[in-house]
Write a protein of this length. Structure first.
Lengths: 112, 873
């Protein structure tokens, strides 16, 4: 089992979500995050005062799935999240040791 | 014995509960349940051997109900607070008595709050702990030795309350602050706590306790009899309390335990049980919550007024009033009062003016004044609403620094909806999601409050913008009315229309009405665009700017967005959203200040042009598809080109798209049009855009000795480059067709990659027939501007005009890895003035300082070199 973590532009959330559900991915977690990569924040000057914004607002999607779905999922996420401009984001893949469903106690892939 | 009594209690309670479930006796449940429990205790007294022995042994005791049980307010799973009271010393069998009394109740699963105490114990505990004191203040005799009970009551009164009434009040005020901190929070408003929450049962209890302490009332009914509450107020309070107890009992029933927090999971079910049904656009649960909020709001304000104005010791020092005060109102001990009811009848405007003063001076209305205001609400009739005086008064109310203070009271006394009837249908409207904290009425007032309190907050940029607004009034009005259309779908436009009606009625100038209306219509625009659209897309920003129209409106919209979102709930505004909206604000600001729409007419021209084109193209393209094509056209293109030209281009683009399918990606479109009578031509070239395309086009024209006089270059968003060239006189005016044919042939070869323009230009030795005579050259100028546009790096070039110079310039840009998206080429006399909007190969503005410098250097050195080697076409 793997966990996919993707940082994407906020307005791409719906597209990515649609794409993943088309794959049969059953659940995901979404958080509002801020950060920077090569796309830095910017500095604005308004009436002589500086307003510096260092962190850019992004959406983080986390989803756990069976190993064999991962390559498709990556493709779907990347295609839907891409604009071709700096700041499109990144995808990270992690191994998952165990998954437990709290309500029933199921473990492993059945719990995903 | 006791088992009989307890068995009977158990079965009676079961019966009561099942009657309750069927909805039968819900309103009288607290009383009925209390009576059942009383009966149990009394039976116990009759039957208990231990009890009898104590009495015989001259150790009388009393059973005293305290707390909620004392108040006869038992809900399904409430604690039963009972006290076994002895005179002075606790006998040894007291413990056995207590066990006999309480075990059966515990066995039944009831929760007890119990004590076995002497009178002295009680006094001692209550003197130190106000929780105990208030519990004892609710003491009620259930059975046993009644003189003992009376003795307790007297002692509590003489030994504690007499001395500590004031301290008790202060203790409540501190507790209320604490409650405000905890329960005023957004999450608690979504799942109200019926007891401890703001406007919950505790507020009513405080009124009771303080009235008992200061005015020696005995029962709740005394609140009316002692004149603390009017008859109407008392009746209203009873209704509100009954509603809350009803909801609380349902909650106990559903959750199966003592519970005061109306969690989400129970809200819908309770609403259904109480008989609320879904109506069109208004869920049952939303109606229920609306009613609940209204009740709790009323109780809250009653408690507040009561503590602030009815109790001694809280008077504010009278201030010297700096300005003339309206007749009919006066200030008494820090509160605003009407002179008399007659004064109101004589001058109904007082009904508004008193609130105006409340906002100006930050004084509250006294309870009596609020009462009178409610009583005389009927005077706010149609002529009042339409009157000029009322409008002026309301206007100055809003202008005041403490306008929110005034609005709150205006809202509480239901006068706001009397004066603005459009408020009535929406004020208690609740939106059932985890997003909206307040009902609509409250939300609108909070939005206004946010703006008024801006000086005290940390949002420096917003404060900066707000302080410099020329027309704050329009913004405040928009904040006050922005959700007034929430009676159904599409509340933004509905609200805009309603607001216009309201403000016209109040006689506001047309311009202001229009502004407020447009602010309301667009009040969701910034937040939605910022979170759902690509802010790096120039088109999105320009479209947004076109809808907003000018800088003043943008600033107000930004402030309104903040005030609205901040008054919605914690998920609506946080750093994450603020970041995005701020970015959008600045980008739109730049477009409106320096960019394409810096001229305010442009937005209107754009819209007009689009409808003209729709008219011209109506035969060929359905309107929906046409809309898609407008999306593809760069803003600058739409502004620069005429409607007829755009229509022609659109036809050509449609044609070209078809040919891409049949001929492949190298298809191009070439059309010429004669301009005027002097032999000037307009050439329109279209092809699939790629870096270097423009350079190739200009090179081919130069190869064919066509002097380019001016040029406009646009890249449509479907990837088609639309390049428009205006030429000077042609070299061979008699054989124009041949020229065009040669050009097209060269174009075809070049697009297929079979033409090296540079080499061919280099080979051209002979000067063209149009070679200009050598004029003194001026130094070329190049400026690279990375600030004026959020989307492009802008390169401006001024240099001598020479054949082929355009090719060379664009070629250099291509070699530097820059993609020309938009360009404007012009010639004035012998000088060229070219402006290129470029992006790097990643589709971004040029990033690095070094790269910017390099562009400038390279262009300059190229231009300077060509001065030294003249006439190289």
């Amino acid at each position: 089992m793997k966990k996919i973590e993707a940082i994407i532009k906020p307005f791409k959330l719906d597209d990515v979500k649609e794409g993943l559900s088309g794959l049969g991915v059953k659940g995901l977690t979404v958080s509002e995050v801020r950060g920077f990569g090569r796309q830095r924040g910017h500095k604005e000057i308004y009436r002589g005062a500086e307003y510096q914004v260092d962190f850019v607002s992004k959406i983080k999607i986390e989803v756990v799935m069976e190993q064999n779905l991962v390559p498709e999922a990556i493709k779907v996420i990347a295609e839907n999240a891409r604009t071709g401009q700096i700041g499109d984001g990144k995808i990270f893949i992690y191994p998952v040791e165990e998954v437990i469903r709290i309500r029933t106690g199921e473990t492993g892939e059945a719990a995903i | 014995m006791s088992s009989f009594a307890s068995a009977r209690l158990e079965s009676s309670k079961e019966q009561l509960v099942s009657l309750f479930s069927e909805g039968d006796i819900s309103e009288t449940f607290p009383q009925s349940y209390t009576e059942l429990v009383d009966r149990y205790f009394r039976s116990f007294l009759e039957e208990s051997e231990t009890g009898h022995r104590l009495f015989r042994g001259k150790n009388p005791f009393a059973l005293v109900a305290v707390g909620g049980y004392g108040r006869k307010e038992l809900c399904l799973n409430s604690d039963i607070d009972i006290l076994i009271l002895f005179k002075s010393r606790l006998p040894s069998t007291a413990k056995k008595l207590a066990e006999e009394l309480f075990y059966p109740l515990w066995d039944m699963g009831m929760d007890l709050g119990y004590g076995v105490r002497s009178i002295r114990d009680c006094i001692r505990l209550a003197a130190d702990d106000f929780e105990v004191l208030t519990s004892l203040m609710d003491a009620r005799f259930v059975g046993g030795d009644s003189p003992l009970f009376l003795s307790l009551v007297e002692s509590v009164q003489d030994k504690i309350i007499k001395k500590k009434a004031g301290a008790l009040k202060i203790w409540f005020e501190a507790k209320n602050k604490g409650r405000m901190d905890i329960f005023g929070d957004a999450s608690y408003m979504l799942e109200p706590n019926l007891k401890e929450g703001i406007g919950g049962l505790r507020d009513y209890h405080q009124i009771l306790w303080l009235s008992k302490a200061f005015f020696k009332i005995r029962t709740p009914r005394d609140l009316e009899f002692a004149g603390i509450l009017s008859h109407k107020e008392y009746e209203a309070l009873k209704e509100q309390l009954n509603f809350i107890w009803l909801a609380r009992n349902r909650l106990h029933h559903l959750s199966g335990r003592k519970n005061d927090r109306l969690a989400f999971e129970y809200q819908e079910e309770i609403a259904k049980e109480l008989g609320y049904r879904n109506k069109r656009g208004f869920l049952g649960v939303e109606q229920f919550l609306g009613d609940l909020h209204a009740c709790m709001g009323a109780i809250k304000s009653l408690r507040r007024s009561f503590i602030n104005t009815q109790l001694p010791g809280n008077r504010m020092k009278s201030r010297i009033l700096p300005f003339p005060f309206p007749k009919g109102i006066h200030i008494s001990q820090g509160e605003l009062e009407f002179d008399s009811a007659t004064a109101i009848i004589k001058n109904p405007m007082l009904l508004l003016e008193i609130f105006e003063q409340a906002g100006a001076l930050l004084f509250p209305l006294s309870m009596e004044a609020k009462r009178l205001a409610r009583e005389f609400r009927y005077l706010v009739d149609e002529s009042f609403i339409n009157s000029r005086d009322a409008a002026i008064s309301f206007g100055s109310l809003l202008e005041n620094r403490y306008a929110s203070h005034a609005l709150d009271q205006l809202f509480e006394t239901n006068l706001l909806e009397a004066f603005i009837p459009e408020f009535a249908p929406v004020k208690d409207r609740v939106q059932f999601d985890a997003y909206h904290t307040y009902p609509v009425g409250r939300h609108l007032l909070e939005a206004v409050k946010n703006l008024k309190e801006l000086p005290r907050r940390k949002e420096l940029l917003l404060l900066e913008i707000y302080s410099n607004l020329p027309d704050k009034e329009a913004l405040i009005l928009a904040a006050l009315l922005h959700d007034i259309g929430k009676t159904g779908k599409d509340h933004s436009s509905r609200g805009a229309a309603l607001a216009a009606r309201i403000l016209n009625r109040m006689g506001y100038p047309k311009k202001k009405v229009k502004m407020v209306s447009s602010l309301i219509r667009n009040h969701l625009l910034l937040a939605e665009t910022a979170t759902r659209r690509d802010l790096n897309d120039e088109k999105i920003i320009v479209d947004c700017a076109a809808m907003i129209g000018d800088v003043e409106t943008l600033k107000m919209l930004y402030l309104l967005t903040w005030a609205d979102s901040n008054a919605t709930g914690p998920r609506a505004w946080n750093d994450w959203v603020a970041n995005l909206v701020e970015e959008l604000f600045f980008k739109v600001l730049h477009v409106l200040e320096k960019g394409e729409l810096a001229n305010p007419d442009n937005a209107r021209r754009l819209r007009r042009k689009q409808s003209q084109i729709a008219g011209l193209m109506s035969e060929e393209i359905p309107e929906s598809r046409l809309k898609n094509y407008f999306e593809l056209m760069p803003p600058r293109y739409l502004l620069d080109s005429g409607a007829a030209d755009i229509s022609r281009h659109l036809e050509a683009v449609l044609e070209l798209e078809k040919r891409f399918k049949t001929e492949g990606g190298n298809a191009f479109s070439f059309s010429v049009k004669k301009e005027g009578t002097e032999g000037f031509w307009q050439i329109t070239l279209m092809a699939a855009d790629r870096p270097g395309l423009f350079s190739d086009f200009s090179g081919i024209l130069a190869l064919n000795n066509i002097n380019i006089f001016s040029s406009c270059v646009y890249t449509w968003r479907n990837g088609i480059a639309v390049d428009i060239f205006r030429t000077g006189n042609l070299p061979d005016p008699l054989h124009i067709e041949d020229t065009w044919e040669r050009v097209q042939r060269d174009l075809k070869m070049s697009l297929e990659g079979n033409l090296s323009i540079r080499k061919r230009l280099a080979k051209k030795a002979s000067p063209s027939l149009l070679s200009v005579s050598k004029v003194p050259s001026r130094a070329p100028q190049v400026s690279v501007d990375n600030n004026s546009s959020d989307f492009f790096t802008i390169i401006e070039v001024f240099a001598d005009d020479k054949p082929g110079v355009l090719f060379q310039l664009s070629r250099v840009l291509y070699e530097l890895g820059l993609d020309i998206r938009v360009a404007r080429i012009a010639t004035k006399a012998d000088q060229i003035a070219d402006i290129f909007y470029v992006l790097d190969m990643e589709g971004q503005k040029v990033d690095e300082e070094n790269d910017l410098a390099k562009i400038k250097e390279t262009l300059l050195s190229m231009l300077e070199k060509s001065i030294e080697t003249p006439a190289r076409s």
